[in-house]
Design a protein around this ligand. Structure first.
Ligand code: SF4
Length: 217
């Protein structure tokens, strides 16, 4: 149990145990433009299936093997993110902040949650804190942007990708932009309308502008 100053300076007891129980999978990368807009990060595949661009060779993913994730796994992650945002809004209401989550930034610190410095957190604790902060940033900036990780989301079966996007939109109707990294070859094979009109794709070929560094990615 933690006591927090609510609106009007009155202290309220808040049980943080449930907040500390949530986690979902987040990949290592997002483009700088997504960092600035604090997108909700959702890992729909793992790592890069290509590893062939000469400036990268997949090193941002430690050249770990590429893997697809099941729709059920991704939906469970979306559920966890939604549970965190619901919990934050409920805390805000209880503290008298009318659902605004900004004042809760003070709670989402490793000392408040775990009573120790961030450098002393276990891997599980650190993952939980990272998920909480990611969802907090997404909600506090309006909850409009989501970024699907990792390197090549369109490689997913189109029906499964649409199912994920529709589920995300159902859980977060306020989301207006869903972005992702994409290799140019698999993307060019998708009909534009098959991506549900929601996707904004960034490819190394488009961003570098130099064909030699991407060699048919
Ligand atoms: S597609 Fe992306 S992650 Fe893969 S090698 Fe190229 S730049 Fe790196």
């Amino acid at each position: 149990m933690t006591y927090l100053a609510g609106a009007g300076g009155i202290f309220h007891s808040v049980d943080l145990a449930r907040l500390k129980s949530y986690a979902f999978e987040i990949g290592p990368l997002r483009p700088p433009s997504e960092g600035g807009s604090f997108s909700l990060l959702l890992r729909v595949t793992r790592n890069c299936p290509w590893n062939g661009c000469t400036f990268c060779y997949g090193r941002f993913y430690n050249r770990e093997p590429f893997g697809l994730r099941s729709v059920d796994e991704v939906k469970a992650d979306i559920d966890s993110a939604k549970a965190i945002s619901d919990e934050l809004i409920e805390f805000s209401l209880r503290l008298g902040y009318a659902g605004k989550v900004g004042p809760l930034a003070a709670v989402l610190q490793s000392q408040q949650l775990y009573g120790k410095e961030e450098t002393d957190l276990t891997e599980k604790e650190f993952k939980n804190l990272y998920c909480l902060v990611t969802v907090f940033n997404f909600v506090v900036t309006g909850g409009e942007n989501a970024f699907l990780q990792d390197a090549d989301t369109p490689i997913m079966d189109t029906g499964q990708l649409v199912e994920v996007i529709e589920y995300l939109k159902r859980k977060y109707p306020g989301v207006k932009r869903i972005a992702s990294f994409a290799r140019s070859k698999p993307s060019s094979r998708k009909r534009q309308r098959s991506l549900a009109g929601s996707a904004r794709l960034a490819s190394p070929g488009f961003t570098s502008g130099w064909k030699r560094v991407t060699t048919s990615c």
